[in-house]
Design a protein around this ligand. Structure first.
Ligand code: PLP
Length: 404
């Protein structure tokens, strides 16, 4: 095994305990880094108390740790301030928060533009909003390679587009969206932009200000942190103008029988007890990510993507989905083998200690556009190396031998 990768793998407790495991499902959930796990345990065993409530020493220590976590996330995203960071239960919760809170500012006939390539988390909430308010929902199409086709963007926005909500990177094809072009067109139309960063964050720190978007959503479990926590970043003045989504403790200014006033963001959007230990664990994961040599990791991830794509292209009856080269996609590679169901493929691979996901990947509109009902997906992260790719290619030889 590659020495750099071996040093990385040893920092992930599950991978360290399972040397023979070829984990190629990081797009679903990345493995948790030891520092994140330690931070959760340290918090729960030394600092556990509710936040923003107590005045005793333990509660104040919990407050400080939670506040520090918000600052770490702000640094990871290059946010304008920590007040722009809203902790949520995950990317899905963050996307629904925008669909509800921003959605409440829309009127019938206003338009939200999404794309065919969205994960259901950035598709269904907008359909629900359409049902509730009568907004129009329009779709950016994809080309045969699954890449967003931005050719008709101004026309698709029309005159009443209020929000463009798109994925930064497809969870099926790995294709990156041309965010700069989308932001430029949205600005022309006076629309806000929500970027679903769920698949981008495990490939390095992000710069929301350089991206130029208004909202950014992601999950902790996809960037080496714990489950049950995610983030919605919102530009300060955009968040300040939004009504709350959930009502409850922590999000109010004052409550009387007749009226309730709202706290300022981010608390306005964090009703109830937040995922405290999980946020602290996520911050530890992001702090660790910010110490890494990302150009080197990207080069390795891309090389592995190329190796996999080249190997897959030699397999008869196999159709590669998404861009044909590794340089225009994150290292997420999905494929279809004629006549074989992805669940059967994944079962044979599982027998060889290969963890891959088969199915519709919560992206049925995209799969329909690509002409498949289901596919098999290999997703590569910083702890993978050539041995994982070779194991997969060898496994697919057995798949063909046993299933055809
Ligand atoms: N968006 C994309 C692109 C995803 O890939 C996923 C999960 O796979 C999500 C959103 C939803 O993330 P979560 O299930 O962590 O809320």
């Amino acid at each position: 095994m590659n020495a750099a990768v071996s040093a990385l793998r040893s920092q992930f407790p599950l991978l360290a305990a399972a040397p023979g495991l070829h984990y190629l499902d990081s797009a679903a959930t990345a493995q948790i880094h030891g520092a994140a796990l330690d931070a959760v345990i340290r918090h729960e065993t030394t600092c556990r108390a509710n936040v923003m409530r107590g005045t005793y020493a333990l509660a104040e220590a919990a407050d400080r740790a939670f506040d520090a976590a918000r600052h770490s996330v702000a640094r990871f995203l290059n946010a304008g301030s920590a007040e722009e960071i809203v902790f949520t239960a995950g990317a899905t919760a963050a996307l629904n928060l925008v669909a509800q809170a921003f959605g409440n500012t829309l009127k019938a006939g206003d338009r939200v533009l999404i794309s065919v390539a969205e994960h259901h988390s950035n598709f269904v909430p907008w359909q629900m909003l359409r049902e509730r308010t009568g907004i129009e929902l329009a779709l950016i199409p994809v080309g045969a390679d699954g890449v967003l086709d931005l050719g008709r963007l101004p026309e698709l926005m029309g005159s009443r587009c209020r929000l463009v909500a798109v994925t930064q990177c497809s969870n099926v094809t790995g294709a990156w969206s041309d965010v700069a072009a989308i932001v430029a067109a949205a600005r022309q139309a006076g629309a806000r932009v929500l970027l679903d960063g769920a698949q981008a964050v495990q490939h390095g720190p992000q710069d929301v200000r350089a991206l130029g978007v208004d909202f950014y959503a992601f999950s902790g479990h996809k960037c080496f942190g714990p489950g049950g926590v995610g983030v919605l970043w919102g530009r300060a003045q955009v968040l300040a103008a939004l009504p709350p989504f959930l009502g409850g403790g922590g999000m109010i200014g004052e409550v009387t029988f007749d009226n309730t006033t709202w706290a300022a963001p981010p608390q306005r959007f964090e009703a109830g007890t937040p995922p405290i230990a999980q946020a602290i664990g996520l911050a530890a994961a992001l702090d660790w990510m910010m110490t890494l040599d990302w150009p080197q990791i990207h080069a390795r991830e891309q090389r592995l993507g190329e190796l996999l794509i080249e190997g897959l292209q030699r397999i008869p009856q196999l159709r590669l989905l998404g861009p044909a080269t590794a340089d225009s996609r994150a290292p997420i590679v999905s494929f279809d083998i004629e006549g074989l169901h992805p669940h059967d493929i994944c079962q044979v691979l599982d027998g060889r200690n290969l963890a891959l996901r088969g199915g519709h990947h919560c992206a049925q509109p995209l799969l329909a556009a690509l002409g498949v009902e289901a596919c098999t997906r290999a997703s590569i992260a910083l702890y993978n190396d050539e041995t994982d790719i070779q194991a997969l290619l060898d496994g697919l030889v057995e798949v063909q031998r046993t299933l055809t």
